[in-house]
Design a protein around this ligand. Structure first.
Ligand code: AMP
Length: 309
């Protein structure tokens, strides 16, 4: 198994100015592993759900090469539930409700088959849980990508710093990068965050694309201008899943290949926004993904003569 993902597998209620989805399957690990499944034959999920989580969804994930041995089912409890409301610009949202439910009891023990995986995705979760998963890997993985959020910066900063110091790529949004570094300038923020340990920092800016910082090198990928954004929930996780899935499938961690991985992640995220929840990801195929990657290439392709001094 090439990739292990730890994160939530959940139910979401989503309100946008254009519509509402009452109870859809979501969760960071769901989006990440689905996005990565287009690049990898097999990956594993470490998470927990309640007895209310639909069996058909689990069977569907399994049929896509997503192993669920690491997904604990607590029959007498309810799954993690999150409700959010997007504003008109769809880049900002309010959390209306978070019911941790089963997540309160998440104390993962990695199945033996997961411990040798060379790629590890630490989805947004309690940094203590992220560290526990990292500790159980047989050897340090070839590449660890981590996501987190402001909630953990407010409530568990010390534990968060410890995990950040152990990962290769930190992928967070612009507000989170500013909060973590205490810098408004994303360039200064990146330099401070890279000094905390990661070799690369990805700053996700929603509709405004994503930045990759690596040493003193910077790369920018736009987001695809979509005619209709139905629901951006999970776009950040889908981006991360595409990114790590592509890196794991190529085994190349060079800056040039990281740039490609950022484009792949951006293409996957653009699909995610086209329907509520995971709906669009479920009907995707490789040909559509390749066509969308081509649209990205065309979007930023221009010819300009610059005279070397
Ligand atoms: P994203 O839009 O990429 O930030 O991810 C949205 C997903 O994260 C939703 O499907 C939620 O179920 C999940 N989520 C929301 N809040 C949390 C939280 N506090 N911890 C872990 N996962 C969360």
């Amino acid at each position: 198994m090439k990739l292990i993902t730890v994160g939530t597998v959940a139910f979401d209620r989503i309100e946008t100015p254009f519509g509402t989805a009452e109870k859809v399957v979501g969760g960071a690990a769901t989006y990440i592993s689905l996005a990565a499944s287009f690049f990898l034959e097999r990956s594993g999920v470490v998470s927990v759900v309640g007895g209310d989580f639909p069996r058909e969804v689990m069977d569907d994930l399994r049929s896509r090469g997503i192993d669920l041995e690491g997904l604990e089912v607590m029959p007498d409890k309810e799954s993690f539930f999150w409700a959010g409301r997007y504003h008109y610009d769809m880049n900002t949202r309010d959390t209306l409700e978070t019911r941790l439910n089963v997540l309160l009891d998440l104390d993962p023990t990695l199945p033996a088959a997961y411990r040798e995986a060379p790629y590890l995705m630490l989805g947004n979760l309690d940094p203590g849980v992220q560290a526990k998963v990292l500790d159980q890997m047989a050897e340090p993985p070839a590449l660890v990508v981590m996501d987190t959020m402001n909630f953990w910066m407010d409530s568990a900063l010390e534990a968060l710093h410890k995990v950040i110091g152990r990962v290769d790529i930190l992928a967070i949004n612009d507000a989170e990068a500013r909060q973590l570094s205490g810098e408004h300038s994303l360039v200064k923020a990146a330099s401070k965050i890279l000094a905390m340990g990661p070799r690369h920092l990805v700053v996700k800016k929603g509709e405004h694309g994503a930045l990759l910082f690596s040493g003193d090198r910077v790369f920018f990928a736009p987001a695809l201008p979509l005619e209709d954004i139905v629901d951006p929930t999970g776009a950040g996780d889908t981006f991360a899943g595409g990114l790590i899935g592509y890196l794991a499938s190529t085994g190349d961690h060079s800056f040039e290949n990281l740039k490609r991985a950022i484009i792949v992640g951006s293409a996957m995220a653009s699909f995610c926004c086209e329907r509520f929840g995971i709906e669009r990801l479920l009907e995707l195929d490789r040909a559509s993904i390749d066509r969308r990657i081509r649209e990205f290439v065309d979007l930023v392709d221009f010819d300009i003569q610059v005279v070397d001094q």
